[in-house]
Design a protein around this ligand. Structure first.
Ligand SMILES: [Zn+2]
Length: 93
């Protein structure tokens, strides 16, 4: 599988570290109930269809990348720098 890094171009999947769902990155409060911590540490959704995930170009430019992909077909629909996404969201606020 190949991933297009916005800075480096098309690269092998092995160069990237998969962080997870863009919307599910929030850590529970340090004093949160252990049920919340257990869910955060051990449970993952496995949805089918188009998803946005956060990937890190670990063996490349060290950029965080938002990858839009279809988990049913493994097709990557779009990649963009996470920093550009954050800037665009702040601009719309
Ligand atoms: Zn890169």
């Amino acid at each position: 599988m190949r991933v297009i890094c916005p800075k480096c171009g098309e690269r092998d999947l092995k160069e990237f570290y998969y962080q997870g769902d863009v919307l599910a990155l929030g850590r529970p409060d340090p004093d949160a109930d252990e049920t919340l911590w257990n869910d955060y540490l051990h449970n993952r959704d496995n949805p089918s269809g188009v998803r946005e995930d956060l990937w890190y170009h670990e063996a490349g430019c060290s950029a965080w990348i938002v990858v839009t992909r279809n988990t049913a077909t493994h097709e990557i629909l779009k990649t963009e720098l996470a920093t550009s996404r954050k800037t665009a969201e702040e601009g719309n606020a």
